[in-house]
Every structure is written in structure tokens, then in C-alpha cells.
Design a protein. Sequence first.
Length: 128
Amino acid sequence: MRFLFERLVEPVPGMTEVSAEPYRAIAENLQCIVTSARLPQAEEGEIDLLNFGMPSVTGLGRDAVSQRERYQQRLSQLIERYEPRLTHVTVETAADGKPMAPWRLVVVARLRGDLEQEEQRFPMELNR
């Protein structure tokens, strides 16, 4: 009898194309990380179960570059910890052109185990 993970890593006969399903699952997980709220009593520092979550984007100044950089660094740390399918993670800002939301976050990363693959871009929604 084979174990579950042994069966999962075997290629499926007749399936040659890479499915878009892993990208969708990763994008959904990244969106969950972005929209997760930090507990009010959580302290800055180590990322652990009680300190999981992102600060509210409503507290960020519109043109406060240092606050945005801290937010991006925090998001990058959470992704490295809680999304093991990604490697070489960077979080960028892109102009959005909206007056009340002039920028948006874009996670740029590679899928783990496939370093020759081009970088994937995951635009994030900041609706909190």
C-alpha cells in the first residue's frame, strides 16, 4: 500500500500541461494573508500564531513610503513563512491611478522547485 503523498507526487497519465489551479490556490492563500487582521494585543517582532496577520491599510499614510515599506516587509515575511510553494518573494507597489487608492501591492515570486520558470505576479486587493 502506498502512502497518500507517494500517490500525489506521481504524474497523472496523459496530463502534460501545467494546470492553472495551483496559481489560483496560491493567489487565494496570498489574499487571505493580506486580509488577515492582527490581534490587537499582538506585539511586533517574531511571527507566530498569535502574531499572525497584517496591520490595517487604513492606518497607512497615502504618501508614507516608510510605512508602506514596513507593510511590504511584513507581508513578505508572512508569505515566506505561510506559503511554502513560493520562493524568491518580493512585494512591490504599483500605481493604481485611483484617487483614494493610488497604489496596490503586487507579490512577485517563483514556484518552489522550478527556478527556471519565469516570475509569477499576484496583484493583491486591499479592501480592509
